[in-house]
Ligand binder design. Structure first.
Ligand SMILES: NC(=O)C1=CN([C@@H]2O[C@H](COP(=O)(O)OP(=O)(O)OC[C@H]3O[C@@H](n4cnc5c(N)ncnc54)[C@H](O)[C@@H]3O)[C@@H](O)[C@H]2O)C=CC1
Ligand SMILES: O=C(O)CCC(=O)C(=O)O
Length: 527
């Protein structure tokens, strides 16, 4: 088997390349390329590991014809077009915890630097000015630290601020009262926070909701003398308004690690009074960079080599331990989804995925993803587990999962039922010996078949002589039958035949089969 190829396109701790190689991937480290250079190169890679310098645009994704996964060695993924990547079936992962302590520490460092004007004092001192009288700081003890965003980094920053004997208040619409108590913060609304805080520290992702969250109006309406720290993302603050507020003294100081445009070369804030900044150094410690490099390499190689999914932003998780166990189930699920997708007529409105016996104990999300991937292939050849749920949602398909741990005829079973405007259709399958996927029921008729390669599905009257007729007809065309699977509702009633063939059937042969006596329906299938 050829090894998956990974490109590391941003500066990253060398441990990343080592882990990729140890885990069976080929890796190239090529950093600092222009978007055009990356676009020309990306087609040969299955994995892409980035930090914040690489922007993964639609153009890059269109050129990435073999790409399966993008891994961000860090947290913020605003440099990746995730909806477009999802549509292309590319998994996007990040490393949500590896640099959170480091980034929270940077926010606290910037707060202290602001409180005591350390950067300016340092510059003046080293210039021989001994500027002692120019710098009068403020204590942080007893002051109020206002968090905007109390997730991983925000809550670590809160714990450090509490350690400095500060009162911590937080605005985060998703923060529960219980969690607020647990992390020792008081939950408030944004206006209250801006009225009460002495220091405000931002820790939200950049989204449509958070963009410009510190707008001109909010900055001008904030408590006079407030100090602002942003170690999250540029774009959260109106930079021009912040400059005006620093110049008027309404905002007493601001410390920014991140800018709307990076690298920031001639930002309007440069040179503003009481303004300090760092060049997106929030995550830049040895410890954090080793953490995120190791994690991203482990996650990407797990996915490319074993199918394990960790910290994906557009796909359910599947641990490397679970992946081998789930693999035959996912093959079964995809086969059942594909079968029902090829056979159901009309507009799909609902799908239900039922797991019985041992299957009911498993992580259901990947199984559902696999069923949908099989099913959605009726609409597009480029569907996989990543984009299938999005495609299903786009088409308004209602998806439900049912777990039954009752004892049935099989110790493990997956049943897929779809509803269309023409009725409900259901197929079911099991694993033989815990590993071999088998169809065991089609539209209420018991049958046993492997769903593989080219197949021919026939519904016919259960009358003597039919099997001979179909065998002879295929033989006359030189078509070899691999397996012959039979099922019937009751003797003399409706019967089904599922044949595996060595090649796809010409539509003319399908039409000939349709004309055979006793045939009700014929359909060529492909898995
Ligand atoms: N400067 C740097 O080098 C680094 C920056 N970051 C940035 O920090 C951000 C936060 O990271 P984490 O704490 O790990 O993320 P997280 O996902 O754990 O926390 C984000 C918090 O923001 C909250 N939030 C979402 N929408 C909000 C809104 N409209 N108003 C207020 N709060 C809202 C969420 O509920 C969540 O609690 C990342 O998205 C990334 O952009 C992360 C690492 C390093
Ligand atoms: O990789 C970096 O240096 C930046 C980290 C960051 O911004 C993030 O993890 O969101």
């Amino acid at each position: 088997m050829t090894k998956p190829k990974v490109l590391i396109s941003d500066k990253m701790d060398p441990n990343a390349a080592r882990i990729f190689e140890e885990r069976g991937c080929e890796v190239d480290v090529i950093t600092g390329e222009t978007p055009e250079e990356l676009k020309a190169r990306i087609g040969e890679y299955h994995g892409l590991a980035i930090r914040s310098s690489t922007t993964v645009t639609r153009e890059i994704l269109d050129a990435a014809t073999n790409l399966k996964v993008i891994g961000r060695a860090g947290i913020g993924v605003d440099n990746v077009d995730i909806p477009y990547a999802s549509g292309k079936g590319v998994v996007v992962m990040n490393t949500p915890f590896g640099n959170s302590i480091t980034t929270a520490e940077h926010a606290i460092a910037l707060m202290m630097a602001l409180a005591r004007q350390i950067p300016a004092a340092n510059t003046g001192t080293q210039a021989g000015q001994w500027p002692k009288k120019d710098f009068m700081g403020v204590e942080v003890t007893g002051k109020t630290f206002g968090l905007i965003g109390a997730g991983n980094i925000g809550s670590i920053a809160a714990s450090r601020a509490i350690g400095l004997r500060m009162k911590v208040i937080a605005y985060d619409p998703f923060l529960t009262e219980d969690r607020a108590i647990e992390i020792g913060v008081e939950k408030v609304d944004l206006d209250t926070l801006l009225q009460r805080a002495d220091f405000v520290s931002l820790h939200t992702p950049l989204t449509d909701e958070t963009r410009n969250i510190l707008s001109r109006e909010r900055l001008e309406g904030a408590r006079p003398g407030i100090r602002i720290i942003n170690c999250a993302r540029g774009g959260l603050i109106d930079e021009a308004a912040l400059k005006d507020c620093l110049e008027s003294g309404h905002v007493a100081g601001a410390a920014l690690d991140v800018f709307a445009q990076e690298p920031a070369k001639d930002n309007p804030l440069f040179g503003a009074p009481n303004f300090i900044c760092t060049p997106h150094l929030g995550a830049s410690t040895t410890e954090a960079q080793v953490n995120v490099a190791l994690q991203v390499a482990e996650q990407l190689s797990d996915y490319l080599v074993n199918g394990g999914v960790t910290n994906a932003l557009n796909m359910p998780s599947l641990s490397a331990e679970e992946a081998p166990k789930l693999k035959p189930y996912m093959a079964l699920a995809e086969g059942l989804g594909s079968l029902v997708g090829q056979l159901a007529h009309g507009n799909l409105t609902k799908i239900s995925i039922e797991r019985e016996g041992a299957a009911s104990e498993l992580n259901g999300k990947p199984i559902t993803g696999a069923v949908l991937a099989g099913l959605m292939r009726r609409y597009s050849d480029t569907v996989n587990m990543v984009n299938a749920p999005f495609l299903a949602k786009e088409r308004g398909l209602e998806v439900s999962e049912i777990r039954q741990n009752r004892d049935g005829a099989f110790n493990t079973l997956i049943r897929v039922s779809v509803e269309t405007d023409q009725g409900t259709r259901s197929v079911a399958g099991t694993l033989f010996g815990n590993e071999a996927p088998r169809l065991v029921e089609i539209f209420g008729i018991g049958i046993e078949a492997e769903l593989k390669g080219h197949m021919l599905y026939i519904v016919n009257d259960d009358k003597p002589g039919f099997i001979g007729r179909i065998g002879t007809m295929l033989g006359n065309h030189g078509i070899n039958i691999g397996t012959f699977n039979l099922g019937r509702r009751d003797a003399g009633g409706e019967a089904v035949l599922l044949l595996s063939l060595d090649e796809a059937l010409d539509p003319a042969i399908v039409a000939e089969a349709e004309a055979l006596e006793g045939v009700k329906m014929v359909k060529g299938l492909a898995f």
